[in-house]
Design a protein around this ligand. Structure first.
Ligand SMILES: Nc1ncnc2c1ncn2[C@@H]1O[C@H](COP(=O)(O)OP(=O)(O)OP(=O)(O)O)[C@@H](O)[C@H]1O
Ligand SMILES: [Mg+2]
Length: 588
């Protein structure tokens, strides 16, 4: 039970409901055992009345009284069972929701590296299937177990009281059942796991085909993929059939053992009745109790299976909780009042793992400066700007914001002051307006949103869309072009009005003319804002106050556009090549 500590703590927060629910459970179980006793007593009395030829009116009154009591008892039992289920299952749902919320909050604190190393499907199944299994075990599972534990001894005591031998005989088939259930359960579990795995395989195959439809069609692999899908389907069918066989055997055993128990009661009880040694109410009581005990006893076997599933699920969930975020809030945060946006890299060397991706970086940006970052593919540009927002752990004493070590600034404060437009921007399946105003507690005004969209160069695109800013994006809406997506992402960062703006090659899919317009507006609109412009196309960094060129993680060239052109290095060569390419492009 130690592994469920986190859940038990969550349950403990709902003590009141748990106690009330348990109270309902005790009363309902007592009525469950008591009502058959009432019926049995009534039958015995009627049997005696018939034998003694009692006056009809007297027995009829007794009958009405008994039926009335049974109706009342049954109604009460219904109310208490309802209360028990409502309270206890309700608490288990609340606990599941609490755990899900904690898990989600914890997941959002983990670094990009964790997500790169995990499969999304796997994380999702832990947050849904695994937590649901835990809930089923701790909620409904333990509730049924508790009522079984109350019901079985009480019913057995009553049965022994009426007929010890018959009780022992009846327990034989039920015991045999429990035994064979235990034998058959592992097979059932194994087969149902195979079915789950085969199903997961099918859906993964289908999903990959749908999202990769362009590749599949482009390479004319439809038939090949269809054959692969058919063979996965076939595997699934075979697993289902073998699970079905095991289930059928299980059910046959279940009902056979119950039928045997019934037969024994009728036979032995009937003989007793004929001899006058066993009342008719006794027969009724045995039939009723065996029927009533049947499901709870099966449920106990089911609980064992559920325990294994829940334990495995909880372990998988705890594994996530045990993963510590790579980047944490500072223990002793520095007092930061207003951020001006001065950035300094002081001899920064950084490695993801193994070979450093950045080596000895020294770079200073005064508040309001525009810094261009250029360099070939994989030279470390994205890494450099990602460290500004501490997306990866930054070594102490290497990066400073307004003179304060980044590691001492509260994370939220730091990240809020940076508008980061990543290389591959992500848009949510919401309207363009909602994508722009993402994550604001107080929604920005319509004008502010429109202004940001305009500044990001979305004006002409929005005019062409029938619903403008309220156009729905994503699976159920419009698909934007790469360049449009980039501009929505830029608008999103601008709307935040950050002190520092980082565009990581965020204009790569925009034509040169549009790029020039956006940069011009950026320059005018962001006085005092520090801007880091990462670009493959050098026309984007041309106007920067300073440009650094990275190569294999080092700064190899540095200066203004004009200075760099004079140096005749990578920058000058690349600039000339891109100029020629641009002119050729315009001739086409
Ligand atoms: N999350 C990561 N884990 C491990 N290594 C990484 C990670 N991200 C980048 N790298 C490595 O670090 C180096 C620098 O990568 P980075 O993405 O910073 O280059 P870049 O200059 O932005 O390239 P591009 O122009 O293609 O965007 C590369 O060798 C890359 O393989
Ligand atoms: Mg990059």
């Amino acid at each position: 039970m130690r592994r469920f500590r986190r859940c038990l703590r969550a349950f403990a927060r709902h003590k009141g409901e748990l106690i009330a629910g348990a109270g309902c459970l005790v009363v309902a179980s007592a009525l469950d055992v008591g009502i058959p006793l009432l019926v049995a007593r009534g039958l015995n009395r009627l049997e005696a009345a018939v034998r003694a030829a009692e006056p009809l009116a007297v027995s009829r009154d007794f009958l009405f009284f008994t039926v009335g009591a049974i109706v009342l008892g049954t109604a009460l039992k219904g109310i208490f069972r309802y209360g028990q289920r409502y309270l206890l299952i309700g608490v288990s749902r609340k606990v599941e929701a609490d755990l899900k919320r904690d898990l989600f909050a914890h997941l959002t604190s983990l670094s990009p590296r964790f997500f790169a190393a995990s499969r999304t499907g796997d994380l999702l199944s832990r947050a849904t299937g695994d937590l649901e299994a835990v809930r089923l075990f701790l909620g409904p599972g333990s509730m049924y177990a508790a009522s079984t534990l109350l019901l079985v001894p009480a019913a057995l005591a009553a049965m022994v009281h009426f007929h010890p031998l018959l009780t022992a005989l009846v327990l034989l088939p039920l015991g045999a059942l429990a035994f064979s259930m235990k034998a058959i359960m592992p097979t059932l579990n194994r087969r149902s796991e195979s079915v789950q795995a085969a199903l997961a395989e099918i859906s993964e195959r289908a999903q990959e085909n749908f999202s990769g439809v362009r590749v599949v069609k482009g390479l004319a692999r439809e038939e090949w993929e269809t054959r692969r899908f058919a063979s996965s389907s076939d595997v699934y069918r075979r697993h289902q059939l073998s699970l079905g066989t095991a289930r059928a055997l299980n059910h046959t055993l279940l009902y056979a053992s119950k039928d045997v128990a019934f037969l024994l009661i009728l036979l032995i009880g009937g003989l007793g009745l004929l001899r006058g040694s066993f009342p008719v109410g006794g027969i009724y009581l045995f039939l009723d109790y065996v029927n009533r005990l049947f499901w709870p006893l099966i449920a106990l076997g089911w609980m064992a299976g559920m325990y294994h599933r829940a334990a495995a699920g909880m372990d998988r969930v705890e594994e996530i909780f045990a993963t510590r975020p790579e980047v944490e809030d500072p223990r002793e945060p520095a007092a930061v009042d207003s951020i001006r946006g001065g950035v300094e890299f002081r001899d920064l060397t950084f490695a993801y793992d193994g070979e450093p991706a950045l080596k000895g970086i020294r770079l200073r940006a005064e508040p309001g400066q525009v810094i261009g970052i250029a360099g070939r593919i994989g030279s470390g540009k994205t890494t450099l700007v990602s460290l500004l927002g501490r997306l990866f752990p930054v070594p102490d004493g290497t990066v400073f914001l307004d003179g304060t070590d980044l590691n001492r600034i509260p994370l939220r404060r730091l990240r809020e002051s940076i508008g980061f437009v990543p290389q591959d921007s992500f848009l949510f399946s919401e309207t363009i307006r909602e994508n722009l105003a993402f994550g604001f507690d107080d929604l920005p005004t319509a004008e502010a949103v429109a202004r940001a969209a305009e500044a990001a160069g979305l004006g002409p695109d929005l005019a062409a869309l029938p619903q403008g800013l309220d156009t729905l994006l994503g699976e159920r809406g419009v698909t934007l072009s790469g360049g449009q997506r980039q501009r929505v992402a830029i608008g999103r960062a601008l709307l935040q009005d950050p002190r520092i703006l980082v565009l990581d090659d965020a204009l790569s899919a925009v034509d040169t003319e549009t790029e020039a317009g956006i940069l011009e507006r950026l320059r005018r609109g962001s006085r005092g804002r520090t801007v880091f412009l990462v670009a493959q196309r050098l026309s984007a960094v041309e106007f920067a106050d300073r440009i650094v060129v990275l190569d294999a993680g080092r700064i190899v060239e540095e200066g203004t556009h004009a200075e760099l052109l004079l140096k005749e290095g990578w920058y000058a060569r690349t600039w000339r090549r891109q100029r020629v390419e641009g002119e050729l492009e315009s001739l086409r």
